[in-house]
Design a protein around this ligand. Sequence first.
Ligand SMILES: *Cc1c(COP(=O)(O)O)cnc(C)c1O
Length: 433
Amino acid sequence: MHYYSTLNKNNKVGFREAVIEGLPGDNGLFMPSEISKLPSEFIQNLPDLPLQEIGFQVLNPFVNKEIPETTLRNIINKTLSFDFPLVEIDNNTFALELYHGPSYAFKDVGAKFLAQCLDYFYRDADEKCTILVATSGDTGGAVAAAFSETENIEVIILYPSGKVSDLQEKQLTTYEKNVTALEIAGDFDDCQRLVKSAFLDEELRKKIQISSANSINIARFLPQAIYYFVPFQIFGEEQSIAFSVPSGNYGNLTAGLIAQKMGLPISSFIASANRNDAVPRYLFSGNYEPKPTIPTISNAMDVGAPSNFQRMLDLYDKGHDKMKKAIKGYSFTDEQTLQIMQNVYKEFDYLLDPHGAVAYGGLKEYLKTANKNEIGVLLETAHPCKFMETVKKVSKEDIYPDSASQFLNKEKKSIKMTADYNDFRSLLLKKSN
Ligand SMILES: *Cc1c(COP(=O)(O)O)cnc(C)c1O
């Protein structure tokens, strides 16, 4: 078992190296060379197993003994430290709520697992590792929360001043110790440029050890396979279950394909997209034509050219017919998305966020053609309180969870900085001394 690059199968590394490097040097993505089937007794016994045990059995083969078993079990217990409730919307439709973690979005699981793995790999190193992250809002919160629990990793988060929501800013700027927030006088592109410049700065990299917490890192991508086991833990393996995944970069959906390949009897996948619909169009036509990103109200899915499409092609040996059989694609405009949120709230008293609403739309289209015994699960990827501007148009309820209000009351601590690389560079050097 090793990891290869999707662009060159001879470019092989182990788990540790794949996690630390994040991306292969050739611009491909790392893929596991083996996706072994879980024992059939394990699948039969899912209703009797705690989720932490399921998580361990799913991830253990991918870690390939590069982390000792007791440590890995600890890491997984920390990663799965909150609930994933399955909530009935109507009689054949369920929402799997993945947003009960510290940043109220599903990226917490991947971020926590990556943070814990890196913390383990750097425990005996002479120097600390510094993670650099540019964020337009959401990813930064998950990364800050995840790394605030580590000891051997420093995190520096760059965010555009005045361009993130109040809650998002507090989620970046209220951690102590090893998490530093830089408030950049510029936009998200400036933040990304500063991070990129640091990675290209060979002189700097001789002096400090830097790394990224990129969303395509295998340690952020693989743990997402665990979500798909939750409904089977409740209904058992006999139940026919289709999953609708609100997709942007397609990491979450691809992790589901991996769960299926490991033997989880998922009946179908629905790739639900907003107007950034390169994958649904590919499924329909067989032509992959990425387009420039279009801004929408489900903005965590505003990705014109999804990176994980490479991994999807790899899993199906580039076969369009095979992929089309396994995955159905649908896309929705902002008007349709808002309409869905309003209808579901009125009819079933369930408040979807805009991403979950897109997934609901895809699921309903699919279920029109499905057999009667099949149930549909949509992945609800964010708490509606993260998208108040849209949610306000649907409900006047006060939906802020207590823990979010606590964030809002904390004191912001950020370092203000220009978008000039020299300033950023000096700060990095100063911090490492
Ligand atoms: C990141 C994100 C998505 C898209 O997930 P991918 O794995 O990139 O397809 C969907 N919804 C929310 C709320 C997100 O934060």
